[in-house]
Design a protein around this ligand. Structure first.
Ligand SMILES: Cc1ncc(COP(=O)(O)O)c(C=O)c1O
Length: 361
């Protein structure tokens, strides 16, 4: 067991990375299409992969733009679809890198609280009614990063109606959706709306391997073409070998079993972390997630997760401060990723964390 235990990284554990499978798929890809994979290609992504993603999502291939990880798609959207000063609604808390990019690109940010059943649609409606209509809402409806919350079916419906009524666009970011431990899969926002209303982005970082750096965005063909120009001007074309390997992985039927394997690994880790909640001080609030990578905690009133970060680090455990995932406040909250460590490390890490937190009460 390593000395320091990191609950900070939203990355899959080593056991989730199928190196033999990726080797086999890379070899197949090179044998089938080696020259194309080793050449410069289209900025929009490896065409056969775009075709299979289009099939999976029920859209046309010209609506699929494959990125070097989905964060890049988010940045392209900020650079092409939005302009500095545009109002963008986000969940509070939200993915810290998305928040960072919104700030770096000079967007005005409208934070909308997340409840146990997802974004507070009533609060967004109130903001819109008061004249604060965002150009875009960025939402992570399933096993949200960082809160772990999943948006209820009723809220999904209400959100779509609100977007229609006030005419704003939704960006649905769903890298964790396939990793459900229990409960029923809920239809995505993009499944119930035209692509002009709801753009969709996802990634193979959490379900296959982040090192492949393959994500994608589903949008209008016109926007995908604009993205391709931006890609051409920066990296020319993406890394086709990784995309070719992923294409082989999907067409040979390995994606579903891989997702099942990763889901089992993550469920085991979630359970170990939930068991470790008994170490936390009385008054700690946490709603365990039904999937994904993260557990979100709110400490009792007297404690600050910001102030306890350094003592926790000294005790050999690190986490993400909740305050990094909101524009202001959040000092009592923290995000614990169970994804990257073993169940034994989780048990030990929760014991260390509980000891530090309880000592501070
Ligand atoms: C909600 C969300 N979106 C996007 C990403 C970016 O993933 P990648 O760029 O590896 O596809 C992450 C990674 O943590 C995430 O949690």
């Amino acid at each position: 067991m390593s000395d320091s235990i990191s609950f900070a990284r939203g990355a899959p554990c080593p056991e989730a990375l199928s190196t033999d499978l990726i080797a086999e798929c890379s070899q197949k890809a090179l044998a089938a299409d080696g020259v194309r994979l080793l050449s410069y290609g289209t900025g929009q992504g490896y065409p056969p992969l775009r075709e299979v993603i289009a099939d999976m999502r029920g859209v046309n291939a010209d609506q699929v733009f494959v990125t070097n990880g989905s964060l890049q798609g988010f940045v392209f959207l900020l650079e092409t679809f939005l302009e500095p000063g545009d109002l963008v609604a986000v969940e509070a808390p939200t993915y810290d890198r998305a928040l960072l990019q919104l700030n770096l690109h000079g967007m005005k940010i409208l934070p909308i609280p997340v409840e146990v059943d997802g974004i507070d649609v009533g609060a967004l409606e109130a903001a819109c009614s008061a004249g604060n209509v965002p150009k875009m809402l960025y939402t992570i409806p399933n096993f949200q990063n960082p809160s772990g919350a999943t948006m209820s079916q009723a809220k999904r419906q209400a959100l779509l109606e609100l977007a229609e009524r006030f005419d704003f666009t939704i960006l649905e970011d769903d890298p964790y959706g396939p990793l459900r431990f229990e409960g029923e899969h809920l239809p995505g926002l993009a499944e119930g709306a035209p692509v002009e209303r709801v753009m969709f982005t996802s990634s193979f970082s959490k379900t296959v391997a982040p090192g492949l750096r393959v994500g994608y965005v589903i949008m209008t063909p016109e926007m995908a073409a604009t993205f391709a120009t931006t890609a051409n001007q920066t990296y020319i074309s993406p890394a086709f070998l990784a995309q070719g390997a992923l294409h082989q992985l999907i067409i040979n039927g390995h994606l579903e079993p891989n997702i099942a394997k990763v889901t089992d690994l993550m469920r085991e880790r979630r359970d170990a972390m939930v068991a470790g909640l008994s170490e936390m001080p009385e008054g700690t609030v946490c709603t365990p997630p039904e999937g994904g990578f993260f557990l979100w905690m709110e400490l009792p009133e007297s404690l600050s997760a910001d102030a306890l970060f350094a003592p926790a680090k000294d005790a050999g455990v690190v986490y993400v401060k909740g305050s990094a995932c909101v524009l202001e406040g959040g000092e009592r909250t923290l995000r614990l990723a169970f994804s990257g460590v073993s169940p034994a490390e989780i048990t030990e890490g929760m014991t260390r964390l509980g000891t530090v937190f309880r000592a501070a009460t």
